[in-house]
Write a protein that binds this ligand. Structure first.
Ligand code: MV4
Length: 444
């Protein structure tokens, strides 16, 4: 087992990882930028190393500085969290070459799943349902026209190196295809340094449903059910829940089987997530695989009782999964809201600054993952997530009631937050009925 682990991240996820390390009896090393001296993760870790100025390029994205901290501190492993370098295959590779275990899959798998064309092709070959399209790079607009005519409009153009909604273009008719294709190509090249584009049938108002998996080095692969992540704004998820109100036992079995089959086919090892789109008929299609621990992992933890971060660390240490598929039970219902330091009244503009007053809700079925505290100043340099409020109930209605009363008790003064928006969502009759899709917020 590891003796000392460097946490290569900040904010709530750094705190979350330190909790897991403490429970496993592993020493933690925090890294922090000059903008994060007063952050909770620095206080909670056994050791802390300042790695540079606030800008991400000079701190949390700076591989040489992070590797220096890992080596100097005597860490035998490193947890990348999410964002920053979590899905950078070169970083995983450098860790391995430096004798520091990267807590995640190996660089080959990160690289493979980072190429959305390769990922989709592999999943299709493994028998996982994928969207109609063309299983490769579209070389030119002529080919795009041919494929689009075959599958029928509307279609969507996506960047091979994209993901999470970046570099996508919906095309409604053949008249737009020529222009859209060249724009998509040049945008992909400018954004990712990779112009490759693929094409698929566009699903109107889909649900975003993802399946959590765990795979160890001994060949055990299990799934932990699905998360419903349809409520989002500009590709930023706002609320996630498990189970999905749209998934019945039969669909859950199919989703789980597909996720396991897909993971097995590529020899996946670590925690991972298979993202699916679900259409009006309840048919689902593989979209992408994420090789990191995700922001919304707590809803799965709440319904399964399994600590995903601990399992992820144990897997990296070569241990066998602590649970088998038969042990996994989805008990009750969990909902998470992401509380951002943003002002919904001002177009969601970032709202950094000092937290003058903070009161966190408590009581049965309430969990808060956060790095903030009263008197803390939220720096302006990073993403605006300041806390995740997660509730658990025996069923969806109890979880909704708990979320309402927890949001009402949640008090933050000094900065604007997205709490009022979450209060609106959980009062919305469509949300209460489970009638949600990826365009929920646009219809207001
Ligand atoms: C789609 C789609 C409809 N049809 N692909 C957005 C995130 C990225 N992972 C892929 N996305 C989409 N791909 C086809 N063929 C609609 C979306 C989409 C979406 C997906 C999940 C969550 C929110 C979304 C918001 C708008 C569009």
């Amino acid at each position: 087992m590891f003796r000392r682990v460097l946490v290569a991240n900040r904010g709530e996820i750094a705190v979350r990882i330190i909790y897991a390390l403490k429970e496993l009896g592993i020493e933690s090393v925090a890294i922090y930028s000059e903008g994060d001296r007063d952050s909770l993760h620095v206080e909670l870790a056994d050791y802390a190393i300042c790695i540079g100025p606030p800008s991400p390029a000079e701190s949390y994205l700076n591989i040489p500085r992070i590797m220096s901290a890992a080596i100097i501190s005597g860490a035998d492993a490193l947890h990348p969290g999410y964002g920053f370098l979590a899905e950078n295959p070169d970083f995983a590779d450098i860790c391995e070459r430096s004798g520091i275990k990267f807590i995640g899959p190996d660089s080959r798998l990160i690289n493979l799943m980072g190429d959305k064309i390769a990922a989709k092709k592999l999943m299709k070959e493994a028998g996982v349902p994928t969207l109609p399209g063309y299983d490769g790079e579209i070389p030119d607009v002529k080919t795009a026209e041919k494929i689009a005519d075959e599958i029928g409009y509307p279609i969507i153009l996506k960047a091979a190196a994209g993901g999470g909604g970046r570099g996508m273009r919906i095309v409604e008719s053949p008249l737009e295809l020529n222009k859209s294709f060249s724009t998509a190509q040049s945008e992909a090249l400018a954004s990712f340094g990779d112009p490759r584009i693929y094409i698929e049938k566009y699903i109107e108002k889909p649900r975003h449903i993802e399946v959590q998996i765990l795979a160890d080095t001994r060949g055990n692969v299990i799934h932990l059910g699905e998360r419903e992540c349809s409520i989002q704004r500009r590709h930023q998820k706002l609320l996630e829940e498990s189970p999905s109100p749209a998934v019945n036992e039969e669909m859950r079995r199919k989703l789980g089987d597909a996720a396991i089959k897909g993971a097995q086919s590529i020899g996946y090892v670590s925690a991972g997530t298979m993202e699916f789109l679900m259409d009006k008929n309840g048919d689902f299609y593989f979209m992408e695989m994420n090789t990191r621990i995700q922001v919304e992992h707590p809803v799965t933890e709440m319904v399964t009782g399994i600590d995903l971060v601990k399992e992820q660390i144990l897997i990296a240490a070569g241990e066998e999964l602590s649970v088998s598929q038969e042990d996994v039970e989805q008990r009750g219902h969990a909902i998470e809201v992401r509380i951002n330091a943003e002002d919904p009244e001002k177009g969601f503009a970032p709202s950094p600054g000092k937290i003058e007053l903070l009161h966190l809700p408590g009581g049965p079925g309430v969990r808060i993952d956060t790095h903030i505290y009263q008197g803390y100043t939220i720096p302006p340099y990073y993403d605006s997530l300041i806390a995740k409020l997660i509730v658990h109930g025996r069923d969806r209605n109890e979880a909704i009631s708990r979320m309402r009363r927890a949001l009402e008790e949640f008090l933050v003064q000094g900065i604007a937050t997205t709490i009022p928006l979450h209060q609106k969502i959980v009062e919305d009759p469509r949300f209460v009925a489970g009638d949600i899709d990826t365009h929920f917020l646009e219809r207001g």
